[in-house]
Write a protein that binds this ligand. Sequence first.
Ligand SMILES: [Zn+2]
Length: 363
Amino acid sequence: MSLRPLHGHHAIRSRLAAAAADGRLPASLLFTGPRGVGKQRLALWLGQLLLCEQATRERLPEPCGGCLHCRNAARCAHPDLHWYFPLKLRKGSETPPEEVALDYAEAVRERMDAQGVWGGSDGSVGIYIRAVNALVLRAAMRPAMAARAVFVVGDAERMASQEASKEAANAFLKLLEEPPPGTTLVLTSSEPGLLLPTIRSRVVTVRVPRLSRDDMERFLDDPEVVRALGKRSREEAVQEAEGAPGRVFGDAAHEQAQAQGERLLRAALLPASPDGTAARVLVAAQQGGKGARGGFSSALDVLVRLLHDRAQQLAMAGEEGAARRIAASVLAVEEAKVRAHGNVNPQLLASQLLVTLHRALVP
Ligand SMILES: [Zn+2]
């Protein structure tokens, strides 16, 4: 799996590459711009360029794409290209840095499995103290493979607040102010106003503009992207995205999770007939393998919401017994969510969950 190719942003790429070649690139950067415009992708591109062994002035602004560093960076598997972004908080406040690294390796793999496409960060995720601590510790170490190290922090406004740990926040500020030689930090944010002034004052801001119509067209030439459009026409997608290609996926992923959640509920509610059972088997099989875990988790989130709504409606209609049964079945979905996180195949989880839900919902 590789990252989806970077489209557009040619002027910024040239500027960044020229600055890097002349040794003028600020060590701490902040990419701002609309959600979905490709800020993290651009930051990873810059990471690859900085790590590339063959990035010669003649070839600028692009990294060579063929050296070991480039190949690893393109798969997000370079030990000196670090990528942090909001994650769900794990239970237990003390997580050793090695486990944080494993959590991020897993989360990056999910983003890669999804072909470099991910939804926006909802309210349940953050860049927690443990991640900030791990980043600071890693930055203090020597690069593992390349001559330099690059740290990308996506959705940086979701970094734990200073109140959560003054020590970690101060260590991070110190790092931003004066990164070790050969270290580059790139923060990205579509809401820079939410960043602490102490962070904003320590970074050089680069505004990432929307893609031009031509670049959006080129982006839409990718067959994978066309698949993600679903029922929308190319023109509709261009209009909706407003120059932010990520929005083409963001909305599609959201719609897909909604439809998938609804399908799961409908299948659970079908009667205990051979047809009903066959439909449940089919819907479970549609959930995809391990690579589909991200999408499956989102579908389960939708399912929880649908069950809550349904319980509320039934309670209001005076059907308290049915409402209680549904509320209890939410637990089974929550449990499936935890297991989906723990490497269990979505198809297997869905088939077990549908049996449990069916028993709870169809007396
Ligand atoms: Zn290279």
